[in-house]
Ligand binder design. Sequence first.
Ligand code: NAD
Length: 398
Amino acid sequence: MNSKLIKIGLVGLGGIGSGIHAKYLNTAEGVRLVGVCDVMKDKADAIAAEYGADAYYDYKQLLEKAELDAVVIAVPHFDHPSVAIEAFGRGIHVLCEKPIAVHLNDANRMLAAYEDAKRQYPDLQFGLMFQERTYPGYRKVKEMIESGELGQLTRATWIHTKWFRSQTYYDSGDWRATWAGEGGGILTNQCPHTLDMYQWLFGLPTLISGHAHIGKYHDIEVEDEVTAYFEHDNGMIGHLIVTTAEIPGTNRLEIIGEHGKLVLEEGELVFHKNPKSMLKHSRETDQKFNTVKPERIAIPLEQNLPNPHEYVASRFFDRLKGGTEKLVAEGWEGPRSLVLANGIMLSSFSGQALAVPFDTDAFEATLKELAANSKYVKKTVKPMEGNDDLSASFGSNG
Ligand SMILES: NC(=O)c1ccc[n+]([C@@H]2O[C@H](COP(=O)([O-])OP(=O)(O)OC[C@H]3O[C@@H](n4cnc5c(N)ncnc54)[C@H](O)[C@@H]3O)[C@@H](O)[C@H]2O)c1
């Protein structure tokens, strides 16, 4: 690996930018935070002073003048594509916050710009901040599925309602929870990790049936409660139930395979192992009802792992230093969670199940119409003092 100092820029100094990224970027080995950028001058000046970086108020100026090797993008989602595309054109590596973009057409434009830039800069890297992929519970589930321990999968049901957000949260930023500012609700902001995890574990479905409720529990114009049903080409069905309105919330991932049931809940992973394949048993037994007694096995999970965001970034930096280990999430994987997010909404808008792949122009056109016709007037208030613990906004390890 080469030992050259990596010069990093950070765009977007809000909750995640200043609260998480700036802190570890400042101390990461072999890395120097040389430029920070926010359209709010005061924020940029304050963070620049705190970390000894230069302040910029326009991301193009940062990309043009700061002599960056890489940029971390932490602006609201609609701006991810413009910043990334400008960076790729200059040969600057990109680590982009989730979701890669709001809709598939934008994500595909980013990937096209990346591929184009790679002709001139073959080593150019594009990583995504899907830090939940590092959580031990999810990693163990993936390992067990891929090793064939569960056999043929028949159902995955994920209830994830631990994304509680109050009206104060939604009122805390002008862009939040509006079609024009954010382009969606829970599927676009809170659930990209869950959607990425679903596709990471089970692949993409071939059919999506989505049921989204718009502003059901909050004074917002986007969805805050969603139920989706998926069909996969291997016969597996999937369910996703998510909301920002439940207390207490649940995060329960239940996976049924022919060899048993795997449940990840409250950070505990339990395998209810069948003594033989339930599919084979069902075909062959002379008993009318269930006589199979599964064995309950608690699966130990790794503890004390490094800070997830920092770990994703460190793998990205290793690549820039010439390392060959895979990134936690590569840019090309970003559109896959958007297939789920956009597909669920498109199905819900039309009231019909949707075959995958679907018409990405239709989703973009619907989104533009919603943004153009928005009547919602945001009433922005400052969030309550002492209530800004960002860690409470992340997902948990099952
Ligand atoms: N990986 C995670 O767990 C995680 C957690 C929180 C947020 N995020 C993602 O990070 C992004 C930012 O979220 P946030 O909660 O920090 O939002 P935020 O509103 O707190 O901060 C966004 C910041 O970007 C600035 N900004 C807006 N447009 C800009 C532009 N064009 N150029 C420069 N600065 C600009 C704003 O002034 C603000 O300071 C979102 O895409 C969100 O989905 C990811």
